[in-house]
Design a protein around this ligand. Sequence first.
Ligand code: TYD
Ligand code: MG
Length: 455
Amino acid sequence: MPKEKTFFACQACGSMSPKWMGKCPECGGWNTMVEEREAPAERGAAAQYIDSAKGRPTPIAEIKSEGEHRDIIGIGELDRVLGGGIVKGSVVLVGGDPGIGKSTLMLQAMDELGRRGRRVLYVSGEESARQIKLRGERLGAGSEGLYVLAENQLEDILRHAAEVRPDAFVVDSVQTLYTASISSAPGSISQVREGAGQLVAFAKKTGTPVFIVGHVTKDGSIAGPRVLEHMVDTVLYFEGDRGHAFRILRAVKNRFGSTNEIGVFEMKGAGLKEVKNPSEIFLAERRSDVTGSVAVSTVEGTRPIMAELQALVTPTTFGNPRRTAIGVDFGRFTLLLAVLEKRVGLHLMGQDVYVNVVGGLKVDEPSVDLGLMAAVASAFKDVPVPANVVVMGEVGLGGEVRAIAQAEMRVHEAAKLGFARCILPASNLSKMHKVKGIELVGVSQADEALEAVLG
Ligand code: TYD
Ligand code: MG
């Protein structure tokens, strides 16, 4: 019998090495190398699909395009993030922290499709069929076309899928998959990669859209989704703060649509509810008389979303001043504090500064620069920013206010929500038409902008 070969694979990034190392040379993770057995030469269940899908080089003009067939799920927020429904034969990876709501979202989506007369298959390797039924009852998911299978053996799953011939199917989760063609444990990087590879081959061959659920932890300690990103067509991340009910579905890769598109959901007792107008929710609990609170505008994909930025400035009691930012990029935040210090003349050296975006939202767009500066200045000077003012603009190191993208769309959203005054870059204003119901104030310097906001 030939000697079985083994190798060591990093469970965080997937890099391989013939010998054990305490620290992964690729990603720098400690204690992530785990011994795994080499895959035997014979190929897994997917081999048959791959072989028959082989092609020859063909002039592009002769390739028939069948047009993109999309199946609308019926959950608007999810459909939009996917680029307008599910594409036939596509593979979608849905990643996120454990407990964030991936299974809930997938079950609801499949149920919705089932309601539309589609046949869908939900495979879970984590829960028994009864547990899924119980969850389904809470969600009101019980449509006729929804088939449930509790299984983690990949070959069996594919066999059942080939029998049921679903219009879409979900595998929850890739970490629990087990394929007989590899002898390492479920959840190990080789298993995850091989399992996903076979699912991709199945999707391409049969034209079935496949959703693969994958857990990611912050430190990447579970083998996973990161290594799969290049294998699949679309990568969605489901994120949110466990302390908040809001969940954001973000496309980070999409071969069939735009990335940057987000879907907003709220986790309720009976499952996930779509949030059709996120701005209203993120601004809902805003109080008008508090200092350090500013309404800003961010664009996510095709949609403007307004959010509340809060800042708090307190004298430093000892040592170095503290800087804490939640929901905004930390580097950007400290940069803007330096601009406030040097170009506007606010003395923040002896002050602790805290910044937070309300509702667990993350904004990483330069257009919130000016709003962030206004929030800090308002907190520092103890002067509230009027509640009906929205602030937008990118700020450069010289303290100059720079033009932002899609200003018109943002202004319309603000006007729709009842804002009466908008502080925006002068360079944007000069190219814009008047908008009914909102006064537009163009600014070209940060100090001039803060003057306009705080008086
Ligand atoms: P789940 O979909 O199981 O998360 P994941 O698959 O990403 O691990 O969601 C788990 C959380 O969602 C759990 O903490 C309870 C909460 N939840 C609700 O608040 N309402 C519901 O109707 C359901 C089904 C779950
Ligand atoms: Mg789950």
